[in-house]
Design a protein around this ligand. Structure first.
Ligand SMILES: NC(=O)c1ccc[n+]([C@@H]2O[C@H](COP(=O)([O-])OP(=O)(O)OC[C@H]3O[C@@H](n4cnc5c(N)ncnc54)[C@H](O)[C@@H]3O)[C@@H](O)[C@H]2O)c1
Ligand SMILES: O=C(O)C[C@H](O)C(=O)O
Length: 328
């Protein structure tokens, strides 16, 4: 293979998402069939043995695109030389919990990991935070990595985006690949705003679907926003394979580009669309040359304005809460 191997650190490697994610990365689904990857698995000491079992299976799969697999319980060692980091390791919520209930439980993980990234990651490091509450955990990590541009710290709303595509495709009786220009705004929480106002199906706008306000407001939006809880209720565990798949989609598009389309990614707000600066919020994004760019100039109607503002306000509240806990 022509290119040098890419070093990819995955935290929570022995967890449910980790198990689904590692094999997709190793198989070439992330960076393509011509790019070798070295995996660096980070776990807590109690789960290192389980991670070793996963590493044995990765070895047994004999992927042509897999280079080395190393296992760590020390973040500084795990992030040394990392080009890409998936920060998955943290506690998932259980039935009856909101993702914000995880702020204090998981927030403490991301400061030390931000410091470790700052100390040793490669100069082109790209970070995707999956562990909940993902947006604010990404903010915590970024705030501990002063030498890494904050644009390199992102959080995952791609699962919400994919859920929105699936719901719209079902409603319209089309394939997900026929749909474009869907956006998830804000927080990866129930305040998120899955927005269809710009959506197209086979290149055409969808006025009839948008006119069905009962479906948009009482069915589509709550179904997408509460899908995580519905999965927990059905499976008895939080989404794992779909989350891993969305993580692959996010980083694949970040590195290789969105090629004419747009997607949703939670990135550091620069104040676009009056979302306060300094929170990690989901926007409509393209990726060109390895950089996320917010799609600018979209018209925001009154309903959308209220929903975007409400989710941004929740992110500001989360930021205040973690500041009071001394996490940023
Ligand atoms: N953003 C999203 O769309 C999305 C979707 C699904 C799940 N999640 C979140 O992803 C996280 C992981 O979910 P899961 O189902 O894999 O959970 P899991 O409990 O199956 O696995 C988590 C793993 O993380 C490890 N871990 C804990 N602390 C760690 C640390 N400090 N360093 C390294 N590893 C650590 C645990 O040992 C465990 O193996 C949860 O917070 C969940 O809520 C986010
Ligand atoms: O909802 C959860 O707690 C898990 C995850 O964030 C999801 O959206 O499936």
């Amino acid at each position: 293979m022509a290119n040098a191997p890419v070093n990819i650190t995955v935290t929570g490697a022995a967890g449910n998402i980790g198990y689904a994610l590692l094999f997709r990365i190793a198989s070439g689904a992330l960076l393509g069939p011509d790019q070798r990857v070295n995996l660096r698995l980070l776990e807590i000491p109690q789960a290192v043995q389980a991670a070793e079992g996963t590493a044995m299976e990765l070895f047994d799969a004999a992927f042509p695109t897999l280079g080395t697999v190393d296992i760590f319980d020390d973040p500084k060692a795990a992030f040394e030389g990392a080009n890409i980091a998936f920060l998955v390791g943290s506690m998932p919520r259980k039935a009856g919990m909101e993702r914000s209930d995880l702020l204090s439980a998981n927030g403490g993980i991301f400061g030390p990991q931000g410091e470790a990234l700052n100390a040793g990651a490669a100069q082109d490091i790209k970070v995707l935070v999956v562990g909940n509450p993902a947006n604010t955990n990404a903010l915590i990590a970024a705030s501990h990595a002063p030498d890494i541009p904050s644009s390199r710290f992102t959080a995952m709303t791609r699962l919400d985006h994919n859920r929105a595509l699936a719901q719209l495709a079902t409603k319209a009786g089309v394939h997900v690949s026929d749909i474009d220009r869907v956006t998830v705004w804000g927080n990866h929480s129930t305040t998120q705003y899955p927005d269809l106002t710009q959506a197209t199906i086979k290149g055409a706008p969808i006025p009839e679907i948008l006119a069905d306000r009962a479906w948009v407001e009482e069915d589509f939006i709550p179904t997408v926003a509460k899908r995580g809880a519905a999965i927990i209720a059905a499976r008895g565990a939080s989404s794992a394979a779909s989350a891993a798949s969305a993580a692959i989609d996010h980083v694949h598009d970040w590195v290789l580009g969105t090629s004419g389309s747009w997607t949703s990614a939670a990135i550091m707000s620069d104040g676009s669309y009056d979302v306060p600066e300094g929170i990690i919020s989901s926007f409509p994004c393209t990726s060109v040359n390895g950089e996320w760019k917010i799609v600018e100039g979209l018209e925001i109607d009154e309903f959308s304005r209220g929903r975007i503002d409400a989710s941004a306000a929740e992110l500001v509240e989360e930021k205040t809460a973690v500041a009071e806990m001394g996490l940023i």
